[in-house]
Design a protein around this ligand. Structure first.
Ligand SMILES: NC(=O)C1=CN([C@@H]2O[C@H](COP(=O)(O)OP(=O)(O)OC[C@H]3O[C@@H](n4cnc5c(N)ncnc54)[C@H](O)[C@@H]3O)[C@@H](O)[C@H]2O)C=CC1
Ligand SMILES: O=C(CO)COP(=O)(O)O
Length: 332
């Protein structure tokens, strides 16, 4: 029988543990805090998924070796910017042949590495067993068992298939892919575009404005992805446009909500103070912008989001800057 470990007891780590357990795969979760581990062992995670009863088949521990022992699949679900430090502590505990699955949607600050690259480097894991999961998967809806689809990517598609088979309860339909770069980038960049859409909403803009940002945001994602070697087809799929729509439209999105508060006039520090969960786009806008600059790719929306979040420009100012850009062909 396939066994899994999930490192990280936040909203998506816990919801994905439920996906695995409901799919018939027993899960041991690793958590930092004993109180959280005790709660999960008693059947819920009230801090991140209040009111949700977790399935049988999930248990938790604070010991990484115990969590990963005998696991065929190890799922990593921590904030992107802490992953490298976490792996330094966990690498010795990870079974030599297990598939290492990233649920994270960010790009590392400083190195501009995608999470699969950080896993390979800091965890010493061969790329052929590094898997990424990304799609329109708001954790709360998945935990409520609302039907959704997703993409599970690995350069070795047999490993992606193994993880997909272990993650297939009746409400979760994973598609496999070999395009790790495209699937990861789609997930990371959509968070930055959701910040922009949230800002537009906060400024009182309507659906034309938001659809324009979403569509041009997808153009930026595809341009960058293709330059980095992604398959353009990925961006019209679940990990591209699918996740972009879910995140940019949903009040459940932490990134969209973060942008909304900025658009309403709160400062970045004020929004950080009221945000309890990980809004990856806030840090990744800077690393993704750096990645685009390094590869000579034009990403005007991402640039303006970074100007608000890191340079203190106002959302209103940056909308003006976007609208005044020189006219160009849509396909360029
Ligand atoms: N929540 C969602 O709907 C979805 C989230 N994701 C992605 O999954 C990743 C994880 O997100 P969530 O679970 O939602 O975040 P979260 O904010 O709900 O939970 C983060 C977890 O990481 C732990 N953590 C924080 N700092 C840590 C550190 N220094 N060392 C170890 N653990 C630490 C927290 O205690 C918590 O258990 C992110 O990259 C996010 O973009 C992807 C799809 C859906
Ligand atoms: O990635 C997500 C949905 O697919 C969750 O988005 P947020 O991190 O903005 O909540």
């Amino acid at each position: 029988m396939t066994r899994a470990a999930v490192f990280g007891t936040g909203s998506w780590g816990t919801a994905y543990a439920a996906v695995l357990a409901d799919g018939g795969t027993p899960v041991t979760m690793w958590g930092r805090r004993q109180a959280m581990v005790d709660q999960i062992n008693a059947g819920s995670n009230e801090d991140y998924l209040p009111g949700i009863r977790l399935p049988e088949g999930i248990r938790a521990t604070t010991d990484p070796v115990e969590a990963a022992a005998d696991a065929d699949i190890v799922v990593l679900a921590v904030p992107s910017q802490t992953l490298r430090a976490n792996l330094a502590e966990w690498a010795h505990a990870l079974p030599r042949r297990a598939a290492i699955v990233s649920l994270m949607k960010g790009v590392e600050l400083g190195t501009t590495k995608r999470m699969s690259e950080v896993i390979a480097e800091a965890g010493g894991i061969e790329p052929g067993r590094i898997v990424v999961v990304s799609g329109p998967n708001l954790a709360k809806e998945i935990a409520q068992k609302q039907p959704a689809a997703s993409v599970i990517a690995c350069i070795d598609e047999r490993i992606a298939e193994m993880v997909a088979e272990a993650s297939n309860p009746p409400y979760f339909r994973p598609y496999t892919s070999g395009d790790v770069i495209g699937v990861e980038l789609g997930g990371a960049v959509k968070n930055v575009i959701a910040l922009a859409v949230g800002m537009a909403e906060g400024l009182g803009m309507g659906d034309n404005s938001k659809a324009s940002i979403i569509t041009r945001g997808l153009a930026e994602t595809s341009r960058l992805g293709m330059k980095l070697g992604a398959d353009p087809v990925t961006f019209s799929g679940l990990a591209g446009v699918g996740d972009l729509i879910a995140t940019c439209m949903s009040p459940l999105s932490r990134n969209r909500t973060f942008g909304l508060n900025l658009g309403k006039g709160m400062t970045v520090d004020e929004v950080v103070a009221v945000t309890r969960q990980t809004a990856e786009g806030v840090k990744s806008c800077e690393s993704i912008l750096q990645l685009a600059h390094d590869h000579g790719v034009s990403v005007p929306i991402i640039e303006q989001v970074a100007a608000v979040v890191h340079d203190g420009r106002s959302p209103k100012e940056v909308v003006g800057a976007l609208m005044l850009r020189a006219l160009k062909n849509e396909a360029e």
